[in-house]
Write a new protein. Structure first.
Length: 431
């Protein structure tokens, strides 16, 4: 690992293409349900077809980690971006619901390949004491892309038709590919991991989770619950706004202002993670997100819901990049590809199950109950992190260590390190 590493050295090789890729994904967000509906899908089928992207995310996380180890991170980045270009063009030309569903599943797969190729690459080149800032910037740029993309996609679709948004995504993704080829190649990121033998993905997941069971049971569970709460915020804000009589434009403004605050905090979040500790970002993130959802049933007007959205944006912004940072911290050097693929798959469980479970709660009980239950999940995640999760900030980071909570440890003990050394004979590693 390069001791002379500078965060700005990733500007063109990693940050610029990441922003463009996220912008492309954001462009099609408002168009996906409308396009499926225009092809003749009813509401239930529209929801299923749109959800195929999340299914593709979850099912390809582990294979993405395996591919990163087998063919190298740079090749996988290129494959994922070119695949996204092809899939976007296919979606724009599709006139069949079956074809659309398959292509949207493939789009989710390309997103997983992109995410895992970046994380495994950064795991190898970024020193631990700068990992929080590096990945919080990455998370912040993803937020900016997801914020600006829907605005651009909606305007483009209104002026030139729904399919034009898919073509725009293809063009933006191809531009990201150009940055990857020109700048990532110069960094010499061409190495691939060693894979001792082929292994079934389910067996790989089991072996990875078994070897790192405490990481997944503690910090991993907290990140699943964080994903659940984050998705809950996205679905509950518009539903609650509609229930108190706000129109679509007002709901959009409420969510947009909250997302705007969210985007401004990725730099402070990274500094906090690197100088104080990962938990000094994760715990306030979960606490503020949960508090905002608990207060939602009290919001009976535009201004009340705006305050809830701003509080949620503040909390989510403080956790910018936290899941990527913790996963990279905990990944063993000898089996990082397998670990990160499994880590991201487990995290996707929270993101994909959130809307379904929250919708079921709202349908079975009442809409007012759903944000309260979601808030409880967030508090549970925070409690697990405080009581059982270890602080992963390296000793080399500046500032006072520790974390909020009674059982903080600034770094792993030698006994833990020895146990981790034994675990490195792991799935995809060359440990």
């Amino acid at each position: 690992m390069n001791s002379s590493y500078r965060i700005r050295s990733l500007t063109w090789s990693m940050y610029a293409p990441s922003f463009l890729f996220s912008l492309g994904m954001g462009i099609v967000i408002p168009v996906l349900p409308l396009y499926t509906h225009s092809l003749g899908a009813g509401l239930a089928l529209t929801g299923l077809l749109v959800a195929m992207r999340r299914v593709g995310n979850a099912l390809f996380d582990v294979p993405a980690g395996m591919l990163a180890s087998r063919i190298g991170h740079q090749r996988l980045v290129c494959i994922s971006v070119l695949g996204a270009v092809a899939v976007s063009l296919g979606l724009g030309f599709s006139r069949s619901l079956l074809v659309f569903g398959c292509l949207n599943f493939a789009a989710g797969a390309m997103e997983s390949l992109w995410m895992l190729s970046r994380l495994t690459y950064l795991k190898g080149v970024v020193p631990g004491e700068k990992r929080g800032r590096t990945l919080s910037i990455l998370g912040g740029l993803m937020r900016v892309g997801r914020f600006a993309g829907p605005i651009a996609g909606g305007l483009l679709a209104k002026q030139m038709g729904l399919a034009s948004s898919f073509y725009a995504q293809a063009a933006v993704s191809f531009l990201a590919f150009g940055f990857v080829v020109v700048f990532l190649g110069r960094r010499g990121a061409r190495t691939a991991g060693t894979v001792p033998r082929a292994e079934h993905p389910l067996r790989l997941v089991w072996r990875t989770v078994s070897a790192h069971r405490m990481s997944f049971l503690t910090t991993g569970t907290a990140m699943v619950l964080l994903g659940f709460v984050r998705e809950g915020r996205e679905i509950l804000l518009p539903l609650w706004g509609s229930s108190i009589g706000l129109d679509v434009a007002q709901i959009g403004l409420v969510m947009g202002l909250g997302s705007g605050l969210d985007m401004t905090l990725f730099v402070p979040a990274g500094i906090v993670m690197d100088r104080l500790g990962r938990k000094w970002a994760a715990v306030p993130c979960l606490l503020l997100l949960s508090s905002s959802l608990a207060l939602m049933p009290l919001a009976g007007s535009f201004s009340g819901l705006l305050l809830v959205s701003l509080l949620a944006g503040l909390g989510n912004g403080l956790g910018s990049g936290i899941n990527m940072t913790l996963g990279s911290d905990l990944a063993p050097p000898g089996g990082a590809d397998a670990f990160l693929g499994t880590w991201w798959m487990v995290s996707d469980v929270g993101r994909s199950s959130g809307p379904m479970l929250i919708g079921a709660i709202a349908q079975a009980l009442a809409l007012r109950v759903a944000p309260l239950v979601t808030s409880v999940f967030g508090i549970a995640g925070m409690s697990i992190l405080v009581m059982f999760g270890s602080e992963t900030r390296p000793r080399g980071g500046r500032g006072g260590g520790g974390r909020p909570g009674a059982t903080g440890r600034p770094a792993r003990s030698r006994a833990q390190d020895r146990r981790k050394e034994k675990a490195r004979a792991c799935p995809l590693g060359g440990g």
